[in-house]
Structure formats: C-alpha cells, structure tokens
Unconditional design. Structure first.
Length: 427
C-alpha cells in the first residue's frame, strides 16, 4: 500500500521539528544566563590624572541576551551605563570611566542638557543584568567606590545667534550670523562643537572663529557663520535651524545647549551682462556731447542681488563719478560700470540695475528698503557720459562695460565686456 506523498511530507516535517526541539533542549547550555562578571578595580578616581581613572568590566554569557549595566547609590537611585544592548554568548569586555547617562541633582543650576556625567564620589552597587531571548533573566552585582571624581561640568552659558534671521547671499546685508557661547570649564581643544541642524536631520558643522581665546579654554567662544558661501559652497536651504553647542571634558562629561537660527533668501549670487553685449550710441562723439549705452543684466543664480543708484538713465559729466553723485560703494551691491583707457580709476561711472520701479523692494531688519533683481530676471540698464575732455595720445580709446559685485569682485566674464573704440572729436 502506497502512502499519499503529501501525507508523507507532513509526517517528515513533524518528525524533523520534534528532533530539532529535542536537540535544542539537550544541547542548550544550562545554568545561569550570566556565567561570571567582574570589575577590574574596586575603586576608581575619574579625574583624567592617569591613575585609576578607568575600570575594565568583564562578563560571560551562556546564551545570547540583552544586557544592561547600571549603578545604584546608597539611596537606591539608578544610574545607567548601558541599556539593554543585544550581545552574543561568550565573553565581553568594556571600559568604564565613571561616566553614565546624564542626570541632574536638586542642587544643580545647569544651563542646557547634561548628556553624560561622572558618578559623584561615593559607594555604589554595580549590576550587570541580562535577559535572554526566552525571557529568562540573570543578574550579577558587586561594589564600586568612586573617589576624587572631577564633577565640575563643562557647562555652556549664554548661547546666542544674531541676527536671528540671516541671508547668506553676499548682498552685504545680514550675510553672516555671529554665534557666541560661554564655556565654563577648560576642556580639550577639540571638545567644543557647534552644529546647525535642519528639520530633516541634516547637519552642518560651524567652525570657530579665530580669536584671542584658544580652543577649549574657558571663556566666550565666537563663531562667524556665513553658510559656507565665502568658500564657494551653497548655504543650507532656507528655513529655521537648531544651533546646537556641545562640550565634552577630558573625562567624558558632555553638556548640550541649543538655540535657533533662520536662513532666508540664501544662495550664491550669479549674474552676467546678457550675451556679453554692450550697445554704445556712436563710435564718434564730439566734445560736449553724450555717449550713451545700453546693456542687459541677467540674474541666473538662486539668490536675489541687491543694487542701488545712480539709477538707470543717469547721465554723468566726464569729471564726475558715482561718489561725487552721492552713491558711495556699498559692500555686496551689484552695479553696471563703464570704464575707458584714459580713466584714472576702475569703472568711475556706475549705475544701478534698473530703477526702483522695475526692481523688487525688500526691507531689512531695521525697516530700511533695498532694491533687488530677483533670480531669473533681467534688467535693461541705460545711461550716458557727457565727454568734455580729450587726450590726443589716447584718442581713439576703448570704452567697455563691467558688472561689479562691490567689495566682492568682478568675475572674468563680467570684466572688460565688449570693448569698443570711441573717437572724441573737437568741434
């Protein structure tokens, strides 16, 4: 009589499962979940003097388990060192420097959050507790004394970021944020960190500014943050960020404090004279007449670019310049300039990128209105110079245009654009 193949398969599966269960029961290590546990020192003095600062913890598991290591003081208060970390069977070893998860006491007046802290001087019961996959538990305890601990925290005070909203776009207005924090304790040179954290968890390291205060020394630490734009990188996207300061001392105590900083209208500015084209009204001008020009400027970057007067349409006398008209250079502003071979200074005649009516007004923190050419916009700029002098040995001479980012620079593509020979004739 032949057995049904399906029935045969089911019987085989049941038999194999039963054999595996028997084998697990027979072969499963018996006895306590934790075979042994010990600390290498009965007393530690965590103060970074190199003597008895650290104890080695060693324990052996019979079976895989989640392991917690904690301490109890004389009043039964618990201090966590490790919290339910999964571990394989066998021997495990780690170092303990007296540092446990952060805590505060009733007498503490701590500014910020204590992330890690040393156990205060005293006698503690240490415990290594394990929970196996089957729910079985085990625990081994002992005694540890802590003495001469360096309990002073690397506290951080008065964290500020100003302005609270800044615009890293090289327009000369609120391009940088100054971040200050007071460190109450001397720590290692690399123990203080400042980080910008986005809502999505993205992080940006903020380097410390060079001041008379050395890294890690107690005192006021200053961070000059430009969003990275001065190094040629794009700033973080617009939004409100957490500014996080963290300090860690020589024994591993760590304190954190936070504030906020908002980035607005950020981005690297890019603009050019469209198609590299400059239209002059004539190649010959009689003394006393005006040489007119027309150019188009395109903002092809991601940030608005600021500009100011004299506005498009202004006509200069040859001996005048933008300063004599009352429009002195402004850091970060963009203007069109006209230059020539005989000019005694670079681009003496300058114009804003349009007029207030054609530009976008944006008020700064004080309420003062500034004018911007927005991304992906173009502006037609016109103007003129009434030529009243001629230098025979430089006649004819070249006239050309430039797009100037004041106090920042003139890029190669925007310097000496479309030079044309102009002859100045006497009447």
């Amino acid at each position: 009589m032949r057995l049904n193949p399906i029935l045969t398969t089911l019987i085989a599966i049941v038999v194999v499962a039963a054999l595996l269960g028997v084998a697990w029961v027979v072969l499963r290590p018996s006895g306590p979940l934790i075979e042994s546990a010990q600390f290498s020192h009965a007393t530690i003095s965590p103060n970074a003097d190199g003597v008895d600062d650290i104890a080695r913890i060693t324990y052996r598991l019979r079976r895989p388990a989640s392991v917690a290591i904690y301490f109890l003081d004389a009043q039964g208060k618990r201090y966590n060192f490790r919290d339910d970390n999964p571990r394989d069977s066998g021997e495990h070893s780690l170092l303990f420097s007296g540092i446990v998860d952060g805590f505060v006491t009733r007498s503490d007046l701590v500014s910020g959050t204590v992330l890690k802290r040393v156990l205060p001087n005293g006698s503690y019961t240490w415990a290594i507790a394990a929970t196996g996959d089957d729910g079985q538990t085990g625990e081994v305890t002992g005694t540890l004394n802590v003495e001469a601990a360096d309990t002073s925290l690397p506290e951080l005070l008065s964290l500020t970021a100003s302005p609270a909203t800044f615009t890293p776009n090289q327009d000369g207005l609120s391009d940088r944020a100054t971040i200050n924090v007071w460190l109450a304790k001397e720590i290692p040179d690399n123990g203080l960190h400042m980080t910008l954290i986005g809502a999505d968890g993205s992080t940006y390291f903020i380097p410390e500014a060079s001041t008379s205060l050395l890294p890690g020394r107690a005192g006021l630490h200053v961070y000059d943050y430009d969003g990275g734009i001065d190094n040629g990188t794009n700033p973080p996207p617009d939004g409100t960020y957490t500014v996080r300061a963290e300090a860690e001392d020589a024994i591993g105590q760590k304190v954190m404090t936070e504030t906020t900083l908002t980035i607005k209208d950020g981005g690297r500015p890019f603009a050019e004279i469209y198609q590299g084209d400059v239209q002059f009204s004539s190649s010959t001008v009689v003394i006393g007449q005006t040489l007119f020009f027309t150019v188009t400027v395109e903002n092809y970057g991601s940030a608005p670019i600021r500009t100011f007067g004299p506005w498009s349409g202004t006509v200069y006398q040859q001996e005048e310049n933008s300063n004599t008209l009352g429009f002195f250079e402004e850091d970060g502003a963009w203007r069109i300039g006209i230059d020539c071979d005989a000019c005694i200074r670079d681009y003496p005649w300058r114009w804003g990128l349009g007029t207030p009516e054609s530009l976008t007004p944006i008020a700064d923190e004080s309420g003062q209105v500034h004018y911007y050419l927005l991304p992906n916009q173009r502006a037609v700029v016109t103007g003129g110079i009434t030529l009243t002098e001629v230098i025979d040995r430089r006649n004819p001479q070249y006239f050309w245009a430039g797009l100037i980012h004041e106090a920042v620079g003139i890029s190669n593509i925007n310097n000496r654009v479309d030079p044309k020979q102009i002859t100045i004739e006497k009447p």
